[in-house]
Design a protein around this ligand. Structure first.
Ligand code: CA
Length: 227
């Protein structure tokens, strides 16, 4: 998945580029409206993250020119403005979503993933099943091969996150922010320990291992059925 960020504030742009790259995306960063517009028109991106206030042409102009050219790439606007008028204007012009600065990176990542998933039918899930592992979201119960596995609340949240993002590599920083509400730079040892405990409960007694370590990147729950 390839994402273009158009953001003139170097610090924010770099923060986003790094975070999204760590989350497994291929990221281009443009620091001006015209550069961004050129890249958006000529490159092939799955998603655009556009700042509204740019030094040359603003995010709205870029959006307009793309839509006029028939380009339907999903666009998430980032803006310091939060007035209703601005939001309405952006959405009327064809923006797909809006995020007001300052924002938490986890929030941005969640929006990005949602936009990228649009088109697949959203279903209210009460049960998640992968291989012989079942997660009952209503009763907060987990079982594997029909056997109940007691988990702590944190372990359940961790497993739910892994299952919801099955077959995606989840960086420790994302897991930290989603399950522990810790920030980006926190010590992530706690995650490794929790993963080890979770594995002991859901993987150790089974031949087919579901949770995998992706070295230097994070963790992944593999639904492919390969050992
Ligand atoms: Ca700006």
């Amino acid at each position: 998945m390839k994402i273009l960020i158009v953001e003139d504030e170097a610090k924010i742009g770099e923060y986003l580029r790094q975070g999204l790259a760590e989350a497994g995306f291929v990221v281009d960063l443009a620091r001006s409206g015209l550069d961004g517009q050129h890249l958006a028109m000529t490159g092939s991106y799955d998603l655009l993250i556009l700042d509204v206030m740019l030094p040359d042409i603003d995010g709205w102009r870029i959006l307009q020119s793309l839509r006029e050219a028939g380009n339907k790439v999903p666009i998430l606007f980032l803006t310091a403005r939060d007035s209703v008028d601005d939001r309405v204007k952006g959405l009327e012009l064809g923006a797909d979503d809006y995020l007001v600065k300052p924002f938490a990176f986890a929030e941005l990542l969640a929006r990005v993933r949602t936009l990228l998933r649009r088109g697949t039918v959203p279903v209210m899930e009460t049960m998640i099943q992968v291989a012989d592992l079942e997660l009952d979201l209503m009763r907060r119960r987990v079982s594997r091969a029909g056997r109940r596995i007691p988990l702590t609340a944190k372990e359940f949240a961790l497993l739910e996150l892994l299952l919801r993002h099955r077959d995606e590599v989840l960086p420790r920083s994302l897991i930290a922010s989603q399950v522990w509400d810790m920030n980006f730079d926190s010590d992530t040892n706690v995650i490794d320990v929790a993963i080890r405990r979770l594995r002991a409960k859901i993987d150790d007694d089974f031949e087919h291992k579901l949770i995998h370590t992706v070295r230097g990147m994070g963790y992944m729950l593999d639904s492919s059925g390969e050992a």
